[in-house]
Write a protein that binds this ligand. Sequence first.
Ligand code: PBG
Length: 327
Amino acid sequence: MYFPAYRPRRLRRNERLRDLVAETDISARQLVYPMFVMPGKGEREEVVSMPGIYKQSVDNIVKEALEAVKLGVNSILLFGIPEKKDEVGSEGYDPDGIVQKAVRELEKKAKELIVITDVCMCEYTSHGHCGIIRDGEVDNDETLEYLSRMALSHAEAGADIVAPSDMMDGRVGVIRETLDENGFGGLPIMAYSAKYASSFYGPFRDAAESPPQIGDRKGYQMDHRNVREAMREIALDIDEGADIVMIKPALSYLDVISAARQEFDHPIAAYNVSGEYSMVKAAGKLGWIDEKQVMMEILTSIRRAGADLIITYHALEAAGILNGSRK
Ligand code: PBG
């Protein structure tokens, strides 16, 4: 059908018509809000490179999590900033570690909330790598043991979903087995399946105080030149028992999200990471872009690519806008 019989502009003439035929929706229930918990009481420190995002003690985490629920954002992804770090990241699997404490409080005080915990060692190790170091390298198989301990301790504290982000081979299977053996057969795993070694994580590493002290993460996180490899990683995680698979970062990886959507039926999460957030905030502050519009455009593009859920630091702001908009 050609012009003048077909005029695509007919359906763009006003907002109601545009809404009628819009292909993509986004709602607060699909957003997951990442939060950083730190020791202490009454603590709330803004992350310099992430305006609007705070490192907070458990009491303040509970407060903000309750605000999230009020806005319809029912899920948070929790990261811990421990009191002390060591070679093997022991606070990561300590039943009285910072994340475990926060989860217990949240389970008591914010019952409606879905608490997802990040399972990875880099926030807890003195060297900042995501696993145990042997002969100058992250030892895959030895790390699995620690990761499964960490996941189990989160489960015991009351986490609703565990989310391994370390990119060790075989970790989903080992965590699944550990959870099953300990009576947590019903606890879902959200696997960071295609997690790229990305410079977009810069601001997060400021927040979590977790940059690797030597070297980088390219020996375990994925090479950004690859998309077929992402499909293999996702297939492996699904075989090992992942319930939700994740692609991370989101914005420079929309093609990966789209390819995964074509190939897999599992729920797909996309992580709109710290650097993606900070760029929008910085340009907004300078008055170079309309921050709110750009935020919604980005989040919608991630949904359009095929993500079911989006982990984003914009979650509360976006939910505010979504709740205010005409339904
Ligand atoms: C932990 C982890 C990282 C992020 C999520 N989990 C950092 C990293 O791998 O260096 C990044 C999140 C973000 O940038 O928002 N391994």
